[in-house]
Write a protein that binds this ligand. Sequence first.
Ligand code: BTN
Length: 330
Amino acid sequence: MVPGTTERRIDKMIRLLVKNATVVVPGPKIASQIGVTRSAVALWVKTLRNLGVEIKGHVGAGYQLVKIPDILVPSLIQPELGENEIGRAIIHFFRTDSTNTAALVLAQDGAEHGTVVVAEEQTGGRGRLGRTWYSEKSSGIYVSIILRPPFSPTAAPILTLMAGVATQQTLSAITGLSVDIRWPNDLLVNGKKVAGILTEMNAELGRLHAVVLGIGINVNHTEMPGGLKPTATSLRIESQRPWSRVQICIALLKELERYYHLLLEKGSGAIAERWAAASTYATGKRIRIVTAEAECLATTIGLNPSGALRVRYDDSREEALVAGEIAEVK
Ligand code: BTN
């Protein structure tokens, strides 16, 4: 077992309670089915209650789940994924520093393609360009997916765009909100960031061992912290209602599986096409390009099949951006 991951038996207990959601399950029955003591069951009930899982205790009779919990444990996600490769192994943490860090270590230790690492809370969530990712407990989805694609490291950026399209499709289909993608990987609702993607890899010259796609989605935050308010939002803030993180996570993993197969079968051009159809940033957008050296203005003129963003500067020069950061000029 990976240190700090959720006890398989807690996961089993949640599944048992979910399966018997309308009845009171006696403590001794839970204890014997899972293979732990009755006091361990009482302790885990406490842990789960702390995470917002509503469990009613009936003195002398047992425990009853008040409603299906919205926690991202394997037992609630895996049964919905069928034969998919993505999610065949799911490692869950109630709390970890960063799911990307955990996934990179697991990948280094040989974790299989499609392994998913997910957490209820991150204490050191990481964003692009050395930023931090605000990872409030049980409000967002913090997930990292280990992929072992048959590409060279130079082809890896298309995976970020692939994750962007899969996330955009998932969020717009479930919430009905209009979700935009800012190149390369920011998901926006009403101009504010609702999700982001951090792609990291394990590679040596010319050889890609593993890619970790880290996806953070602000789902049920009722407000964003002060400094983030002008630029970040959540699905709940934008739609005025909470969403099931479990449902979103299942749909996201399914979409990633679908787009990964599209990429393998049809190549990066097919992903670039889908990305361009899903983003208002693909063509005709006035943008500011921020690099370490300078800032300049340009207009977007499409996406290369490799996923590079083509821009035309005001002096008519054209360039394809492979990395960096852009902002809309209003
Ligand atoms: C960004 O937009 O800057 C990327 C944010 C990526 C955040 C996710 S949350 C899950 C995974 N673990 C991390 O530490 N970061 C990514």
